[in-house]
Design a protein around this ligand. Structure first.
Ligand SMILES: CC(=O)SCCNC(=O)CCNC(=O)[C@H](O)C(C)(C)COP(=O)(O)OP(=O)(O)OC[C@H]1O[C@@H](n2cnc3c(N)ncnc32)[C@H](O)[C@@H]1OP(=O)(O)O
Ligand SMILES: CC(=O)C(=O)O
Length: 550
């Protein structure tokens, strides 16, 4: 594959100096509805972020959230960070107190994190209405808190909360908050779009103004939320206007619609701006090439399914469905891809559907290990069969195993004959009143290995019972079936198609402990559709294991 066509075209506009990547998944990301990370989860995520090569990991708010206090204690003992510094997050001191005596500011010192991020008000309305103090006292709170922490040997990042909204309301006050933080010794001031409503041109104008006010050496950062759908774009606009520190979260987790997706930000900075922003440590840090693996590993910890359409790291990020795209990709993948998926540890995939053309089938065949470049007649027949089957309700893009069996049938003239079916039936019975669970029983009659088998299986539903009966009937001839398990089952009733009655589509996922594969079945009812998907799954699994039909 050739190099990405859009590589490094933006470099000339960028600010000079070292670049900082600051991750706040464990603090702002954890503010997402549905995320509840334990201390152990946070330790795992921090290890993965360090491996990715970010410069800072914000671990939480010690002194406010007990779990976060505990995290910093355990992190000091359990984490061996090679690339990142840990940052403790907290707020400026309360009005009318001294920072040295504010218990929450002290908790930041006690966390022993080398970096402290202080959220500070930079919107005069927030100082007056949320903190119920004066603009002047708020500036004193910033100065006092920053200088106290610097005096305690901490590197201080100030998160200027509501900066952009504040700037648009009273630019002089917002600027004064930033200047106060720098004068007190802050290493970085991150300008926050706390409500997430900015768009790139506004961000660029405001950052350019602040850059001129603070001078070229001061490190400005960007902290964007995604409420306008522009968080990543706003972060890049801020970089182009002079920010050298970017904040964000893995997979864009965060309060409301989330934060800037740090993975997309760093991939853009590295691949489009030519800035090597992730650390590369020979022993530990994997950098951009592990981006996809790390995104998915962190999804496992947060227990939120990876979003397929995430830029760079999503399963669909380099998945191609349209036949015309495939025909160009066959010539050169760069024609329909903005970058090489391998650079971010992802893969190109071909999706087979009614939008496929012969090029899609050829590329999908190649992905599955079949060279069809010299088999135009097979390509035409498979394309036609796929279009016809999809018109009847099949869907192959989520059922690679069924597609592969169709392909094998066209290449070899028949499906592998592991067994022949004489008949099958199911019974569902409830032996009791309301609330008593119903049980299912299935009987299958099959021929395999020169013998006839009649087998009965039970289950909590008819498909479960059919699956048990099928495997029980065949396991004597094919002992590999001991390892097989049905792990997912999806049913969809499809509206009448082409004037026919409604049909049922079933998608089944099997595993043998090593691989996971999906099959599809379609029929006038749930059981016929399920039987087709079950038998496809059994045949594909045996073929994958290299078992010959007996
Ligand atoms: C933009 C962001 O996402 S910042 C991060 C936000 N994260 C969190 O809030 C998670 C952790 N938060 C907490 O555990 C709690 O909210 C605490 C401990 C911080 C505060 O809890 P409580 O003391 O019970 O007070 P409450 O939740 O009612 O908050 C109001 C107090 O915080 C002050 N406050 C509100 N916003 C801020 C702010 N941005 N910075 C500093 N203080 C603030 C208010 O003035 C009020 O102070 P007062 O009690 O002296 O009147
Ligand atoms: C600090 C922060 O999280 C914000 O302003 O959004």
């Amino acid at each position: 594959m050739t190099a990405p066509t859009s590589d490094t075209t933006l470099s000339p506009a960028l600010p000079a100096g070292a670049f900082q990547v600051y991750d706040t998944t464990l603090r702002d990301g954890a503010q997402q509805e549905g995320i509840a990370l334990s201390v152990a989860d946070k330790i795992v995520v921090a290890g993965l972020l360090d491996e990715l090569g970010v410069g800072f990991i914000e671990g939480g708010w010690p002194g406010a959230v007990p779990k976060d206090t505990e995290f910093f204690k355990r992190a000091a003992k359990e984490l061996d960070l090679r690339n990142a510094e840990l940052a403790a997050f907290g707020a400026t001191r309360k009005p009318g107190q001294r920072a040295s005596q504010d218990p929450q500011v002290r908790a930041l010192v006690d966390s022993e994190a080398p970096v402290v991020a202080l959220v500070a008000k930079s919107d005069i309305r927030h100082a007056e209405r949320a903190l119920r103090t004066t603009g002047e006292e708020n500036l004193a709170m910033i100065a006092d808190s920053v200088s106290f922490l610097v005096g305690e040997g901490r590197r201080v990042v100030v998160d200027a909360e509501h900066f952009f909204d504040g700037f648009r309301f009273d630019a002089a006050y917002a600027r004064a908050a930033v200047l106060t933080a720098f004068e007190a010794g802050a290493e970085v001031v991150a300008l926050c779009d706390t409500n997430g409503g900015m768009v790139p041109s506004w961000v660029a104008q405001v950052v350019a103004d602040v850059r001129a006010a603070v001078g070229p050496d001061a490190v400005l950062g960007m902290h964007a939320h995604n409420d306008s759908g522009c968080a990543v774009a706003n972060t890049l606009a801020a970089v182009e206007a002079g920010c050298r520190h970017v904040q964000g979260t893995v997979n864009g987790y965060g309060e409301r619609t989330g934060n800037a997706d740090l993975l997309a930000v760093v991939a853009n900075l590295e691949l489009k701006y030519g800035l090597p922003v992730l650390a590369r440590d020979e022993e530990r840090s994997s950098g951009l090439a592990e981006l996809t693996r790390i995104a998915h590993a962190i999804s496992e910890v947060t227990n939120i399914s990876p979003f397929a359409r995430s830029p760079y790291v999503g399963a669909s990020a380099f998945a191609h469905k349209a036949g015309l795209h495939a025909s160009a990709i066959k010539v050169d993948p760069d024609l329909y891809q903005h970058t090489d998926p391998a650079l971010v540890g992802n893969d190109m995939r071909m999706l087979v559907s009614d939008m496929a053309g012969r090029a899609s089938i050829e590329l999908k065949g190649r992905e599955l290990g079949f060279d069809l470049s010299q088999r135009p007649e097979v390509l035409s027949r498979v394309t036609e069969r796929v279009k016809d089957a999809e018109a009847r309700g099949y869907t192959y893009e989520a059922a690679d195993a069924s597609f592969e069996l169709l392909l094998v049938e066209e290449i070899e003239g028949a499906r592998p004959q592991y067994f022949t079916v004489e008949s099958w039936r199911t019974i569902v019975e409830r032996a009791g009143g309301r609330g008593t669970p119903a049980n299912a029983e299935a009987t299958v009659k099959l021929h395999a290995g020169g013998e006839r088998f009649v087998s009965t299986g039970e289950g909590n539903g008819p498909v479960n019972a059919l699956d048990h009966a099928l495997r029980q009937a065949l396991v004597g001839v094919y002992p590999e079936l001991e390892d097989f398990e049905l792990i997912d089952f999806k049913v969809r009733i499809l509206d009448s198609m082409h004037g026919t009655d409604a049909v049922t589509r079933v998608l089944i996922e099997h595993t043998d402990g090593q691989a996971v594969w999906q099959t599809v079945g379609v029929g006038p009812n749930l059981l016929e559709a399920s039987w087709e998907a079950l038998t496809d799954g059994t045949i594909w699994g045996l073929r994958r294991r290299g078992v010959a039909p007996r």
